[in-house]
Every structure is written in C-alpha cells, then in structure tokens.
Design a binder for this molecule. Structure first.
Ligand SMILES: C[S@@+](CC[C@H](N)C(=O)[O-])C[C@H]1O[C@@H](n2cnc3c(N)ncnc32)[C@H](O)[C@@H]1O
Length: 292
C-alpha cells in the first residue's frame, strides 16, 4: 500500500462516520500516527506497507468516536507555537489569539520602559501566558487556574517552551492566588450560558472539560466575578482584557462601567468582525472608594 491508498481508506472511513473534512482529517491522522511530514506524505508514493499500521487504526477509532484530533495527537498550534493538550484542558481556539495580540500592543504602548505585572487568568494549557512569555523575554507572568489538572498541562507547556522560570503558575479562584496587585489582567474564562452549553456538539460536550466552558446561568458568572475581584487587585493605570461570546458585549460593558465608572471601556472585534473581547483601561479608583 502507498500513503495514497491508506489515505483513501482512512478518509472514506471518516466520511462514513460523518466526520467533516474527511480527506484533510485523514491526512492529519496519518501524519501524526506515522510521524511523517507533509512533504513526505505527498512525495513518497512507494509501496510502504502491507496493512494499515495499528497506531493509525487506534487513532482512527478514537476520531470516529468523536474525540477531537488535538486530543488524539496531543498537539495544538496557537500563536505559532505548538502546545501539548489533553482532555484536562480546553483546546486553545484561534480567536483567543486576539487577546495575545492586544496584550502585546498594550505592553508596547503603555509600558515602553518598565515591565508590567501581567496575569493570565484561567490559563488552561498555558496558551496565553506562554505565548506572551515567548514574545516578551524579560517579563514575568502569573498564570492562574482553579483546576490543578489544567495547571499540570500548563506546566508541561512551560517546560516545552522553556519559560518555567518566568511563568508562575498559581492554583485558585480567578485573581485570589495573586501575591501582588497587577497591571494587566488577560482572561479567557468560561462564558457559555448553561443552556447553550448543553446543546453544544458532542466533540465539545463529550471531551472538553465542562469547567472550562460553562459560565453559569447567563454565561457571565466568572466575568462578573473577576470584575468584582479586580476592585482591589489592580495597580494604578491597569488594563483588563476579557474574551467574551459575540452576544455578550453590551452586558459586560454595562457591568464593567458600573464597577469602574471612570474606566475607558471598549469592545474589540476579531477577524470575522465579531465583538469578542472587552478592554477596560485605567479602572483607577473603584466607584465605592470615590464616594468615601
Ligand atoms: C475557556 S478555558 C481557557 C483556557 C486557556 N486560557 C485558553 O484560552 O485556551 C477557561 C479556563 O478557566 C479555568 N477556570 C474556570 N473557573 C475558574 C476560576 N474560578 N478561577 C480560575 N480559573 C478558572 C478553567 O479551568 C479553564 O482552564
């Protein structure tokens, strides 16, 4: 059999089980199972084997059962870096790169001479904190998560990207484990409303950790809670950058305005022109302190 013969068989098995983009997924599975590059996959068309290798068959079986490819291959690209992932963490999504890009711009424009204290809240695989650390060689970054399992994965990724000495992993609720006030809070917290969560597709529902996605009744439980916690944990001139669902910007901006009436509050759009993040700048003095 050649690669192409194997590819044809794997793709038709995937298509038969209603996996979308079956041809592309088949290529990914083959390359991952047999550890070959794209170039090898396309170039070598000799007879390579008499039967489909067992490693590929077991990956195929998992994929047919709906497990995301990222968990099967234990790998996901984010911000040009390769992250180890398994079902202890959310698979990093491309839209979250908006948070990394915006944080880098903020640091460049607001802190040209100093090193801000930054925290990635709900770090999961460590995707945001490690991407920032990889672009900011002198910076130290806190990364918190309530899930010790997720922090184990973040630790693997810190080692992989050699940033263990600069990314401090802290277990706890949102900003509570921080040992000091911070300049920049960046967070992709769970924000899916409970009823929407229950209707998500099986690839998400059956495999990704519920605690990474379900944001409670209206989806905003953690986002509102981090705004409250920020009242006492920010340095002067701080910024908060929060990923949100595309329908949530008005509600989050209103709440942010009531917690931080003096702040500059704006929504940020992703490449599909959807409002996917809220930026809160200079929260300064919280409202309840200004009236004392
Ligand atoms: C949407 S995932 C984001 C993961 C990662 N930052 C990313 O963008 O790929 C949300 C993360 O927040 C964590 N989390 C949920 N509740 C939390 C809380 N109260 N305090 C800290 N982290 C929390 C979850 O364990 C999960 O890792």
């Amino acid at each position: 059999m050649t690669w192409q013969d194997i590819h044809r068989q794997v793709a038709s098995a995937l298509a038969f089980h209603h996996i979308e983009n079956a041809s592309f997924e088949a290529e990914l599975l083959i390359r991952s199972a047999l550890n070959i590059t794209r170039a090898q996959f396309y170039a070598e068309n000799n007879n390579i084997t008499n039967e489909i290798p067992q490693s590929l068959l077991s990956m195929l079986e998992r994929r047919i059962k709906g497990e995301p490819f990222a968990y099967i291959s234990n790998q996901r690209e984010f911000f040009g870096l390769s992250f180890y992932v398994d079902n202890r963490v959310l698979i990093p999504r491309p839209e979250t790169e908006l948070l990394v890009e915006t944080t880098l711009e903020l640091i460049k424009s607001k802190y040209p001479a100093q090193l801000p204290v930054t925290v990635d809240v709900g770090t999961g695989s460590g995707a945001i904190a490690i991407s920032l650390a990889s672009k900011l060689p002198n910076h130290r970054i806190y990364a918190t998560d309530i899930s010790p399992d997720a922090l184990e994965v973040a630790r693997i990724n810190c080692s992989r990207h050699q940033v263990c000495s600069r990314v401090t992993l802290l277990e706890g609720n949102l900003l509570e484990p921080l040992p000091e006030p911070v300049d920049i809070v960046v967070a992709n917290l769970p924000y899916i409303p409970r009823s929407t969560y229950k209707s998500l597709g099986p690839e998400i529902l059956n495999f990704e950790p519920p605690g990474a996605l379900n944001g409670g009744e209206n989806g905003l439980f953690y986002i509102f809670e981090i705004l409250e916690q920020s009242r006492t944990r920010l340095r002067p001139g701080a910024s908060l950058l929060l990923e949100i669902g595309e329908e949530q910007s008005t509600e989050v901006m209103e709440r942010a305005h009531s917690v931080f009436p003096r702040a500059g509050i704006s929504s940020l759009r992703d490449l599909a022109d959807k409002k996917r993040a809220i930026l809160i700048e200079n929260p300064q003095i919280p409202f309840d302190l200004t009236i004392n």
